[in-house]
Design a protein around this ligand. Structure first.
Ligand code: NAD
Ligand code: MG
Length: 396
């Protein structure tokens, strides 16, 4: 149990875009937060620099080799941080007795097991890692409930929705009419759809409004990011699939909206800076200076809205298809998409074939209701194998 007045934080994926922004906010409020543990997959030097600055008790790396390298560097720099390795260590720092809050900022299904560990241990769980919830679904939400954890969304849209809803979650079901999820439309909102086959990783990663990790940047370009967010919203807010609508809003000023049963709409606005939802999650229900620029309504030209074009963004519909299919189907969709995006970034798959891989995998892998983390990991592995074979076929 943490008896100090400062919140003790574990940051999973601390060297990534969200991890770095989280540490930026934490550094502004050293009277409120202390860093208990950090983690990274491969970036030894970045994690070393973070250890030197934030003095965590633990640092976790994915492989033995990286862990040994970090331990050696820490020793040479006289830093006391202990180095641990692998998925068990991630679970341990997420569920540790002395931790108050866990920022889940790993990308992909790899973040699921530490998220579940934090949920079961009743932590304040700040969720950026949307794939974990898309894979975990009902199982994830019941771990949160049974563990008595507090789940706070960090994805900007879900933070916006959360901020637009009343604090008492037991009133949501009868008050929400619709969730209006805004989307920027990404870098290809106006690109000729017949040229999508020639999109390069560099073009796909050049997002007009946000600077993010490579995987989510590609997801924004296909709008699979929005598909994952639709599924994320369904689980977080307990709404039916047909209560979620996606609206393209290219300026990314409105981060999402809730329409209530009386037709009133409440929206959350701000500059596109992830330090806002991160601060909101860290401080909730209080507010903290985030370091983000303020909106200036005097110079804001206009806010515009569009209906997503199904031909340009065929992947968006897969969210509803997966939500309406057997439980576990959202995990299949996520695994297929992770494989397809990775292969696209490695230049082993065409951009427009990402959707083809996702569609084929959904048709090939039919889940039976996952009952445990082991079932989910098994389903995830099956879907990855099917996605690789679909991608192999498309590549030849
Ligand atoms: P990123 O690629 O910049 O960082 C990912 C982090 O996870 C890194 O620290 C990396 O070392 C670690 N990591 C990657 N694979 C791992 C593995 N297999 N095991 C352990 N650690 C691993 O990604 P990001 O943009 O910071 O996104 C992180 C998560 O937050 C994603 O789920 C993304 O969808 C979500 N998110 C990001 C943004 C954003 O603005 N970047 C916005 C909303 C949601
Ligand atoms: Mg988002």
């Amino acid at each position: 149990m943490n008896m100090s007045l400062r919140q003790r934080l574990t940051i999973l994926g601390s060297t990534g875009s969200i991890g770095v922004s989280t540490l930026d906010v934490v550094a502004r409020h050293s009277d409120r937060f202390e860093v208990f543990a950090l983690s990274a997959a491969t970036r030894v030097d970045d994690l070393l620099a973070q250890c030197a600055r934030f003095r965590p008790r633990y640092a976790v790396m994915s492989s033995d080799a990286h862990a040994a390298q970090l331990a050696d560097l820490l020793r040479r720099n006289d830093l006391p941080t202990q180095v641990l390795r692998g998925p068990d260590a991630l679970e341990a720092i997420a569920a540790h007795d002395e931790v108050d809050a866990v920022m889940a900022a790993i990308v992909g299904a790899a973040g699921l097991s530490p998220c579940l560990a934090a949920a079961r241990a009743g932590k304040r769980l700040l969720l950026a890692n949307k794939e974990a919830l898309v894979v975990g679904g009902e199982l994830f939400m019941s771990a949160v409930q049974q563990g008595g954890a507090t789940l706070l969304p960090i994805d900007s849209e879900h933070s916006a929705i959360f901020q637009s809803l009343p604090e008492d979650a037991s009133t949501w079901a009868r008050r929400i009419d619709k969730i209006l999820l805004t989307a920027s439309g990404g870098p290809f909102r106006t690109r000729d759809p017949s040229t999508m086959h020639s999109v390069t990783p560099k073009e796909a990663c050049a997002h007009p409004n946000w600077v993010m990790g490579r995987k989510i940047s590609v997801d924004s370009a296909t709008m699979m990011n929005k598909a994952l967010e639709v599924i994320e919203a369904r689980f977080l807010f307990g709404v039916r699939p047909e209560q979620i609508e996606v609206v393209i809003h290219p300026q990314s000023v409105i981060h999402s909206m809730v329409q209530f049963t009386d037709a009133s709409v409440i929206a959350q606005l701000g500059t596109p800076d992830m330090r806002v939802p991160i601060s909101c999650g860290l401080a909730w229900p209080e507010r903290l200076e985030s370091g983000a620029a303020r909106l200036d309504f005097r110079t804001m030209a206009s806010l515009t809205f569009e209906v997503p074009d199904k031909r340009r963004f065929p992947g968006l519909e897969l969210a509803w298809q997966a939500m309406r299919a057997a439980p576990g189907t959202t995990a299949v969709l996520n695994a297929a998409n992770e494989v397809a995006v990775e292969r696209f970034l490695d230049e082993r798959l065409r951009f427009d074939h990402i959707h083809a891989v996702n569609l084929e995998t959904l048709q090939a892998v039919l889940p039976s209701k996952p009952q445990s983390l082991a079932d989910l990991l098994d389903l995830d592995a099956r879907a990855r194998r099917a996605a690789h074979s679909a991608a192999d076929r498309l590549a030849t």
